[in-house]
Structure formats: structure tokens, C-alpha cells
Design a protein. Structure first.
Length: 218
């Protein structure tokens, strides 16, 4: 979805002479690499080939996006967003996750309301290239499987972006929503293709790092 959504935003900012890190609150510096001893844990739940390649081979290394994230966090992959997997974590990145069991969604909502911080990349038209055939369970889902979580938080996702009922602050033409949920927070970005990059220093990843930092600071 990046060529239509986040990519368009970044191009527009560049044309205007503004750094790609410019945000709706007036701009924020992109945090740099953090010493290993100061890197907090980041739970990661994703269907995208960020940690392993599509073939899950031993000779395959992590993606450039993972390399960039690991400059600031200790990434802890999880397989489902249930209470057991989220226990002990304060920060969670969900990037185009597969459909979660109903009971896991209830536990995820409780985790956020109890003070958890979530960055969710939810793409309604994923364009991430895959060598796996359509219908393969290991292929990233082309559409974010919203089984009621977003609606529970007052959001709706469509091919044109996010819409809200006022409980979340929706900005940038529906690209992003900031939500206060109980004692926790969730940031939803209606795009996941922007983390498909060739280099860890790709400008699109600046946005990911900035939004994770925003969740850390609140």
C-alpha cells in the first residue's frame, strides 16, 4: 500500500523541502542507535518476512527493517497476541498480523487497557511481493484481518484508509490514528508496505522508529 499512502506522504514532504520524519504534531527527531544495554524489549507479531525470509532457511538473515529496529530494541517474536505471550511486555509491534483467535483479541485489548503500548500496521491492500501461491498459509494476508478489534476501538479500515468515531485521533487523510485506550495507547497505520525496504537507513523506516519512540515516551 506504500505507493498509494505513506509513499505519497513522504514524496510530498520531500517536494516541500521537509524531512520525511515530519509528523502531524510539528515534527520530531528520528532517534538514533541505542546502546545494547539500554534497548527495551519489543514484542513482534507479524506475517511479513521480517525476521526470516519466506523459505525460513538457515542461511537467510533478517530483513533491513529488522536490522533498523534492532538498533533500538531487543526484538522478541511472538506467535499470537494472547495474555501468555504479552506477559512482561510493555511495547508491541503488530505488522500485518494474521487473524487472531477471538480470545486472543480480548486479551490483547485487556493488555492495552492495562497500560500496554501497541503499534499496528494494518494494510487493506498489501502489495508485498511473495513467491508463495495465493492461499498459502505462509503468504502474508493481502488484507488486514480485522475481526472486530479496530471497531471496538472506534476505527474502521477501508482501501481509502482509516475512519473513526471520535475516540481516536485520525490524521493524514486516514493514514494514521492515535488512540488512548484505558491506561494504554495504540497507534494504527493503514499501511505495511513501507517497511519493505532494501536498506536499514531507508527513509520510510524513520516513521516506524519515530512512532515506536512516541509510544515509549507516553
Amino acid at each position: 500500500m506504500a505507493p498509494r499512502r505513506l509513499g505519497a506522504v513522504l514524496v510530498g514532504l520531500a517536494v516541500a523541502g521537509i524531512a520525511a520524519l515530519a509528523l502531524s504534531d510539528g515534527g520530531r527527531d528520528v532517534p538514533g542507535e541505542r546502546p545494547a544495554v539500554r534497548r527495551p524489549d519489543l514484542a513482534l507479531l507479524t506475517s511479513l518476512p521480517l525476521v526470516f525470509g519466506e523459505q525460513f532457511g538457515l542461511d537467510e538473515s533478517g530483513s533491513p527493517a529488522l536490522t533498523r529496529i534492532e538498533q533500538r530494541y531487543r526484538v522478541k517474536p511472538i506467535g499470537v497476541a494472547d495474555a501468555a505471550s504479552l506477559s512482561g511486555h510493555k511495547l508491541l509491534l503488530m505488522a500485518q498480523p494474521r487473524a487472531q483467535p477471538a480470545e486472543a483479541l480480548v486479551e490483547l485489548d485487556r493488555w492495552v487497557r492495562a497500560g500496554g503500548h501497541l503499534l499496528l500496521l494494518a494494510d487493506s491492500r498489501l502489495e508485498w511481493p511473495s513467491e508463495r501461491p495465493l492461499g498459502d498459509l505462509l503468504r502474508p494476508p493481502p488484507t488486514f484481518a480485522d475481526t472486530g478489534l479496530l471497531n471496538h476501538w472506534g476505527l474502521q479500515l477501508s482501501p481509502s484508509g482509516l475512519e473513526g468515531d471520535g475516540r481516536c485521533s485520525v490524521a493524514e487523510g486516514g493514514l494514521i490514528a492515535h488512540c488512548r485506550i484505558g491506561r494504554g495507547r495504540a497507534i494504527v497505520i493503514a499501511d505495511a508496505d513501507f517497511v519493505n525496504v532494501d536498506q536499514p537507513g531507508a527513509p520510510g523506516l524513520d516513521r516506524l522508529i519515530v512512532e515506536l519512540g512516541r509510544l515509549e515516551s507516553r
